[in-house]
Design a protein around this ligand. Structure first.
Ligand SMILES: [Zn+2]
Length: 451
């Protein structure tokens, strides 16, 4: 990991011509982004700011002084039960200086940079805060669910990618039962819960559990609940069973295109499904003639199936990568009713064979449940990282990443910058046509999107 310095001062490149008579920099909003390992504070400003930053101890504070600046609205400084920041204050100092103080719950190091306007956002000052104790945030997240409130500030801008997690069976339906009596409905629910918390911890993603406890939900109602939650993906979690107790490994299923099309036809035929008819693929179907309806649904099914296959593929790769045995190494097609939503990409994960004594034991262990949930999570995120719908925060992040500029500050190296943005040095050098590894203070680099 690269090092953060606890104190440093940066005078921005374009700040050289600054004078007290210039129009003040207006700070229109302060946004907090909670990541697993850091917090990002973004100031939306009217122009490239001239600022400096320093930390204070007892109690821990980070002070950001912005020259010739003012806050557009006082009420915007909300730390919202943040895991790391207890309060954000501001004060006017001499010569029009705006001082913003972050009261912190623990010692931190910090880094900052400015971003130029892009298609959707204006000038920004970005401050990344990393706790000095690497376990601090993990502990905070464990003890409470404060990421949820930290994420609230994002929601006003772009929506979350919504993942509907369907723990198979439930209630009177136990699912398969292992030789030692382990019930599928119990272990898949535990895996689903773990997957839920991983997704909810990711800024820009939200999980919705289809069943929230040990009760049965009809198969078609599971799809309806996913649609009601406006899910971008439906993932059903199961454990396999077979009469031969030697058979083992994980599989991923999607519905065959024919299965999805016939389900769509069933919808069209059913007058009671009028609400759903309006929703397929986001296109209104009500009042259109039968043939047009069929074509629209067919297009939706094609796109949905392509997405299902891609997500399924990513999940399967992650399961394999984590060292689990695969029962089938390609995404399988099947006619599961639960996967037949024509407008929501859907996959079903058979996590292991509960009928195999070794895998039954694994399914019952917290460690395996966590590992398989992690693989599923990584597959899902791996897909949406590059394929998020345009109105989501993840798509916005991707776009912003593509357009990021970085101004080299004193002491920064190319390798450090590559680590910070999660891209390779090679990629940065390629985009900026750099021959060597040398960078100069004040040099502006284009940062390509991460892989
Ligand atoms: Zn099952």
């Amino acid at each position: 990991m690269y090092k953060y310095r606890s104190f440093w001062l940066i005078i921005c490149l374009l700040g050289v011509g600054f004078s007290a008579h210039a129009k003040p920099t207006s700070v229109s909003s302060v946004r907090l982004f909670a990541h697993v390992d850091k917090t990002r504070v973004v100031f939306d400003v009217s122009k490239r700011p001239v600022y400096n930053m320093f930390t204070l101890a007892n109690p821990h504070r980070l002070v950001i002084d912005i020259q010739n600046a003012r806050l557009a609205r006082k009420s915007q400084l909300s730390s919202d039960n943040h895991p790391l920041i207890s309060r954000i204050r501001s004060a006017k100092k001499a010569k029009g200086k705006l001082r913003v103080v972050l009261d912190l719950k623990d010692a931190i190091s910090s880094r900052s940079f400015t971003l130029s306007p892009n298609k959707s956002l204006g000038h920004r000052l970005v401050v990344d805060i990393v706790p000095k104790n690497p376990k601090f945030l993990a502990q905070q997240y464990k003890h409470n669910n404060k990421t949820v409130s930290a994420k609230k500030s994002l929601k006003n801008i772009k929506r979350d990618v919504v993942i509907a997690i369907d723990a198979g069976h439930g209630g009177k339906d136990t699912g398969a039962i292992g030789p030692k009596g382990t019930r599928e409905k119990d272990v898949v629910f535990k895996i689903a819960k773990k997957l839920e918390s991983m997704i909810n911890r990711k800024p820009g993603m939200k999980a919705v559990l289809i069943r929230k406890g040990d009760y049965y939900v009809k198969l078609r109602d599971r799809m309806k609940l996913a649609r009601k939650a406006k899910a971008d993906l439906f993932v059903s979690i199961h454990a396999d069973a077979f009469k031969d107790s030697q058979v083992k490994g994980a599989s991923v299923f999607m519905v065959s295109r024919k299965g999805a099309s016939s389900e769509a036809a069933r919808w069209l035929a059913n007058k009671e499904n009028s609400v759903e008819k309006e929703l397929v693929g986001g296109v209104g179907l009500r009042g259109r003639d039968k043939q047009v309806q069929t074509v629209i649904i067919d297009l939706a099914v094609t796109a949905t199936n392509e997405a299902s296959r891609k997500v399924g593929d990513k999940v399967l790769k992650q399961i394999k990568h984590a060292g689990h045995h695969l029962h089938q190494d390609k995404v399988q097609k099947a006619g599961f009713v639960v996967l037949k939503a024509p407008d929501i990409p859907s996959i079903l994960v058979e996590t292991a064979f509960i009928s195999n004594p070794g895998e039954e034991r694994k399914l019952g262990s917290e460690k395996y449940q966590y590992k398989i949930a992690t693989s599923v999570y990584r597959g899902i995120y791996g897909y949406f990282k590059n394929n998020a719908p345009a109105d989501t925060f993840l798509a916005h992040l991707q776009e912003q990443k593509l357009q990021s500029k970085h101004v080299i500050a004193r002491g920064e190296t190319l390798s450090e910058i590559a680590v910070r943005y999660g891209v390779s040095m090679k990629a940065i050098k390629h985009v900026n046509s750099l021959a060597g590894n040398m960078v100069k203070i004040g040099q502006v680099l284009t940062i390509p999107a991460g892989s």
